[in-house]
Design a protein around this ligand. Structure first.
Ligand SMILES: Nc1ncnc2c1ncn2[C@@H]1O[C@H](COP(=O)(O)OP(=O)(O)OP(=O)(O)O)[C@@H](O)[C@H]1O
Ligand SMILES: [Mg+2]
Length: 284
């Protein structure tokens, strides 16, 4: 049984010119211990699809799916109370916008300890010890002092690390990481990726890694979904995708990597892809 199984997910938003379909019939499944990467250009619906899974889209979003199962259990029609027990504990997400995802009114220590109190019921001393351990793990210097800081006293990269610490605090079974390292410098990027991969291996966690970075895909993923304009263009295991891409869009993405550039300028996806979606069938 897949850890997460989403069939035919569609998300629409109402706009002044009618309904806009941000996610158009995407199916996603991930197993325990597996790393699934979702790649695709800005606006292709990667974040919206995963926020729909988390139940975190605004009420204006119209979400439909044939099936949305976590460990075989329906998560589409569960009560808000049941969802609150699941989200942040068994399913956690590292959000794309770290600063906006933290509450500006509370210290980061309060915010991480709240998760540990609500989901794990730890007492004050144990919460503090675990929070310090987590801050150490994500490479935040002076964790004891850091606990007393508010988000506005920290840099974007530091906020991102706090959010990663909150996401992994309860050892989730499924972690959705939405561009987890984009705001970080290269050495910290590597440290965070190594940490996520170590946790994933140690806990047998399922990991969905949303990224623009094909280097991150190559390094971390078992399987890859390529998304374009809300639709799945291709799904394949990572080696097959790099060695034998089928959809025109994947070919264009790979051809536009800097290392494949020839001549005197970098190429872009639009040099190779005319915008006509041509989904390849799933090859998993
Ligand atoms: N609350 C909303 N109301 C209306 N449209 C929205 C809303 N949230 C997202 N969208 C639209 O849905 C589309 C997909 O957005 P999404 O954030 O999923 O893109 P993405 O693939 O994550 O891009 P990026 O790589 O830049 O993060 C975009 O066109 C966006 O404008
Ligand atoms: Mg996004």
């Amino acid at each position: 049984m897949a850890l997460l199984q989403i069939d035919n997910l569609t998300v629409e938003f109402e706009t002044s010119s009618g309904w806009f379909r941000a996610v158009d019939g995407v199916s996603v499944s991930v197993n325990s211990g597996e790393v699934l990467a979702i790649v695709g250009e800005s606006g292709s619906g990667k974040s919206v699809a995963m926020l729909a899974v988390m139940g975190l889209l605004p009420w204006t979003a119209k979400i439909t799916a044939d099936r949305m199962l976590f460990e075989g259990r329906d998560i589409q029609n569960i009560s808000p109370g049941e969802r609150r027990k699941l989200i942040g504990k068994d399913i956690a997400m590292i959000f794309q916008e770290p600063v906006a995802s933290l509450n500006p009114c509370f210290t980061v220590g309060f915010q991480i300890e709240e998760v540990l109190r609500i989901h794990l019921g730890l007492d004050k001393q144990a919460r503090r010890a675990r929070a310090i351990e987590l801050f150490n793990q994500v490479g935040l210097p002076n964790p004891e002092e850091r606990l007393n800081h508010f988000p506005h006293q920290m840099s974007g990269g530091q906020c991102q690390r706090v959010m990663i610490a909150i996401a992994i605090a309860c050892n989730p079974k499924l972690l959705i990481a939405d561009e987890p390292t984009t705001a970080l410098d290269v050495t910290i990027q590597k440290q965070i990726l190594d940490l996520l991969m170590a946790l994933q291996a140690r806990n047998g966690m399922g990991l969905i890694m949303i990224t623009h970075d094909m280097g991150v895909v190559a390094e971390t993923a078992d399987r890859v979904i390529v998304q374009y304009k809300g639709r799945k263009m291709e799904e394949a295991d990572v080696l097959t995708l790099f060695e034998n891409p089928k959809s025109n869009y994947t070919k264009a993405l790979l051809a536009a990597l800097p290392e494949n550039a020839t001549g005197d300028r970098l190429t872009t996806v639009s040099d190779f892809f005319d915008g006509t979606p041509e989904p390849a069938e799933t090859r998993v």
